[in-house]
Design a protein around this ligand. Structure first.
Ligand SMILES: [Mg+2]
Length: 251
């Protein structure tokens, strides 16, 4: 077991491969294990960063309202996991038992309705509501988790019945499709035939934001990050874990 762990860490470049070859970090495997989860759960830096992002997003929303003077219906688009709800307890459990993610254990965790909030998310949502906005929750959680998801959001003070909870029913029902439904007012992820404006998008993965080709202002525009698109850091999981080198994914 120890040998297998060491091999994994060697392969990941985390441990030194021999005398004279510098290691990436001078820590024991035990100390390294789960640091990405610990960063989310325990570091003041993570919480400060997420609060900062949410404050910036709120300023942008208020500025957009003042600049346009437009009083027609508006919403913010929010992802759920690692954007509003903090599921680091699930990650911690997986780490403890050395078992990877699987949808069965994930849905069981969701059914416990115990996820906390990402720092800053609640204050942001409350301020959005105070300013007259609503929330389109666009998440790739399974449709079977609808009631558990809504109840967890409600327990954390994040849910209102005037919101929309847009879950993934099948692979074709992408977040891009659901964003379109919000905007046009047509489809399950809409306010019943009523087109609405989306003043801000918040998420922890690039799939949470309009990509090039979507008929949405700023779609695929890197300059929109910080003004209309706001990314929450997620060092625990994501497509980046399977990517070898960074590249701009929308080109
Ligand atoms: Mg997420």
């Amino acid at each position: 077991m120890i040998r297998a762990i060491r091999s994994t860490l060697l392969a990941a470049g985390v441990l030194s491969i021999g005398p004279g070859v510098p290691s990436a970090v001078a820590q024991s495997p035990a100390a390294l294990h789960g640091l990405h989860v610990k960063y989310v759960r325990d570091s003041e830096e993570y919480a400060t960063l997420t609060r900062m992002i949410y404050r910036t997003a709120l300023s942008a929303v208020r500025e957009a309202l003042e600049r346009t003077g437009d009083t027609t219906a508006w919403v913010v688009s929010m992802d759920v996991d690692e954007t509003a709800l903090d599921n680091s307890a699930y990650e911690l459990e997986r780490e403890t038992y050395w078992v990877p993610f699987d949808s069965e254990s994930w849905n069981s965790f969701v059914a416990r309705r115990e996820s906390g909030t990402v720092p800053g998310a609640l204050e942001f949502v409350q301020a959005v509501r105070a300013a007259g906005g609503r929330v389109a929750w666009i998440t790739n959680r399974d449709e079977v988790t609808r009631e558990d998801t809504r109840e967890n959001l409600r327990r954390m003070g994040l849910w209102r019945d005037t919101d929309r909870l847009c879950l993934r029913t099948d692979r074709e029902y992408t977040k891009a499709v659901r964003r379109r439904e919000v905007l046009t007012g047509e489809g399950r992820c809409s306010w019943d035939g009523r087109p609405v404006r989306i003043l801000a998008f918040i998420g922890d993965a690039l799939g949470d934001f309009p990509a090039a080709g979507e008929d949405i202002p700023d779609a695929g525009d890197d300059a929109a990050f910080g003004t209309r698109f706001f990314v929450i850091p997620n060092p625990m999981y994501g497509q980046w874990t399977r990517r070898v080198t960074r590249r701009w994914p929308w080109q």
